[in-house]
Write a protein that binds this ligand. Structure first.
Ligand code: SF4
Length: 371
């Protein structure tokens, strides 16, 4: 199986104070060097892992902040090296202020069939607090244009913001007819401007907003299929599903990570994780950091991603792959989680219950601590 591709574009029109992704403002000389190095990396990786990917995902940063000519150059390099677009799904992340109907048509002509919009909220005070450049009207205009373009569309929404009416945001976005929504609680990561300003997220508000998302979005046909992701049936993100299932993916660009499971060339017996360095060292051609997984590491990874999803984790496959089970690795944790109905087992599938999903971070933390 050819790995799926994730391509990181680190440039943003502005920098949001809560963001801890690898991103920076656009600088023409840096963009030129980035594109040169990216083309080189694309050719190097295609020589190792040839074949057309099922899914391609341009994330960031803000990929739509590249010009049409720059995007065409990247797409051309992928096309020559791997084949492009992906056979199943090809996504572009986009900021609401970076496109109009004409530009959306050009995205489609390049081969993108899915647009993921960093919408975040429809309420002006919330957007101002989040440091976003767009207002609620521009957000909804961008969403309407995207839906009219014929592309599949995701809208990101942030909840748990002080003063936000989260239910109104969820309803306003969902009633547009969008087929996919990603709903994240605001988090304050160390080192971000929000952390330096001492912004604190109200835990009660966070829990309330988490609880209301599933029933509210279900009214619009959007079902939770991952703890933060909701879709109409058939409109799930194939790219994300594949990474959550532990399938191979290749990261291109600064700070991008890759997962090469066992059986993929260059991977250890239980698979290898790679992470490209940040932009300065990546431009100089520094190699990625590499971590060979052991059997225990694979179980931890599969639980960390699989328990976030409605599919859950296939315990038979995990045992086949690693010779381990979470039950044998942490028997007391396992018993407690089942007794308190945080986890459930159905056939070979292990899943988090609704209560388990609401406490997932703590549940996974205690699993790792029990090892
Ligand atoms: S646009 Fe997205 S990637 Fe860029 S700074 Fe804001 S949140 Fe971060």
């Amino acid at each position: 199986m050819a790995p799926s591709l994730y391509l990181h574009v680190p440039f943003c029109p502005h920098v949001c104070p809560y963001c801890d992704f690898h991103k920076m403002r656009r600088d023409e000389r840096l963009v030129a060097r980035y594109l040169d190095r990216l083309e080189q990396e694309i050719d190097e990786q295609a020589a190792r892992y040839p074949g057309r990917p099922a899914t391609v995902y341009f994330g960031g940063g803000t990929p739509s902040h590249l010009s049409d000519a720059e995007l065409a150059r990247v797409v051309g390099a992928l096309e020559r090296a791997f084949g492009f677009p992906g056979t199943v799904e090809t996504t572009l992340e986009a900021d609401p202020l970076t496109f109009d109907p004409e530009r959306l048509a050009r995205f489609r002509d390049l081969g993108f069939d899915r647009l993921s919009i960093g919408l975040q909220s429809t309420q002006d005070p919330v957007l101002r607090f989040l440091g976003r450049a767009h207002d609620g009207r521009a957000a909804m205009q961008a969403l309407d244009w995207a839906l009219a373009s014929g592309m599949r569309v995701n809208a990101d929404v942030i909840t748990a913001v002080a003063g936000q009416d989260a239910e109104r945001d969820l309803r306003t976005v969902a009633s547009s007819g969008v087929g996919h929504m990603s709903v994240y609680s605001l988090t304050v990561e160390a080192g971000t401007p929000f952390a330096l300003r001492g912004v604190v997220v109200d835990r009660e508000r966070e829990a309330d907003d988490f609880e209301l998302a599933a029933p509210v979005l279900a009214e619009y046909g959007l079902e939770r299929y991952e703890v933060s992701n909701f879709a109409r049936p058939g409109d799930e993100s194939r790219h994300n599903q594949s990474t959550w299932r532990g399938e191979p993916y290749l990261g291109l660009g600064p700070s991008a990570s890759s997962h090469l499971p066992d059986g993929v060339a260059g991977a250890g017996a239980f698979g290898t994780r790679l992470r490209n360095p940040p932009i300065r060292r990546w431009l100089e051609g520094a190699p990625p950091e590499s971590e060979a997984l052991d059997a225990e590491g694979v179980v931890v990874e599969r639980l960390l991603t699989g328990l976030r999803t409605r599919e859950g984790v296939d315990l038979d496959r995990l045992r086949e792959l690693t010779g381990r089970t979470p039950e044998a690795m942490a028997p007391a944790w396992w018993r407690d989680a089942l007794r308190h109905r945080l986890l459930e087992v159905e056939g070979p599938r292990l899943r988090a219950t609704a209560d388990g999903l609401a406490r997932l971070d703590a549940l996974l933390r205690t699993f790792v601590q029990a090892l």
